[in-house]
Write a protein that binds this ligand. Structure first.
Ligand code: DQA
Length: 148
């Protein structure tokens, strides 16, 4: 069984570390990748981390994950709140889906309180800062390792 986990990031997260640091902190996606790679390695798992500002690209990567990944850690960023296309793609996927948000979206504007991703996600982490990615990765690894 595949022990690859896709960590997919949506729009503007390429600017993590520079963008609104009071909300999203100073760590970059490269820092996230380094941390999650180390967590996954503890379990003999591996991660593939990607980021796109384009909805269709995220849909394509979710389709790719159908063949290649046993779990998806997804921060769809603003598409979380708008994208039925991403929800539909996630509904074609059989593995674990963990929704991650760096900020606690329920403390923010009401338009962020709706999550289409949440209609499919098996678990949701928000408000843990970038540590949410590592926590989510650890959870997926534990589930995969438990299954053998
Ligand atoms: C975010 C929260 C979203 O509402 C926002 O559009 C983002 C980042 C987060 O990680 O906290 O771009 O997903």
């Amino acid at each position: 069984m595949s022990k690859t986990i896709y960590i997919l990031n949506g729009p503007n997260l390429n600017l993590l570390g520079q963008r609104q640091p009071e909300l999203y902190g100073h760590d970059t996606l490269q820092d996230v990748e380094r941390t999650c790679t180390a967590v996954a390695a503890e379990f003999g798992c591996e991660i593939v981390q990607r980021q796109s500002n384009h909805e269709g690209q995220l849909v394509d990567w979710i389709h790719e994950a159908r063949q290649n990944a046993a779990g998806i850690v997804l921060n769809a960023a603003a598409y979380t709140h708008t994208s039925i296309a991403i929800l539909d793609a996630l509904n074609t996927y059989d593995g674990l889906v963990i929704e991650v948000h760096v900020s606690q979206i329920h403390k923010r504007e009401s338009f962020r309180h709706t999550s289409y991703v949440g209609l499919r996600a098996d678990a949701v982490l928000m408000g843990f800062g970038v540590n949410g990615y590592a926590l989510a990765t650890r959870h997926v690894c534990e589930m995969l390792t438990a299954k053998g």
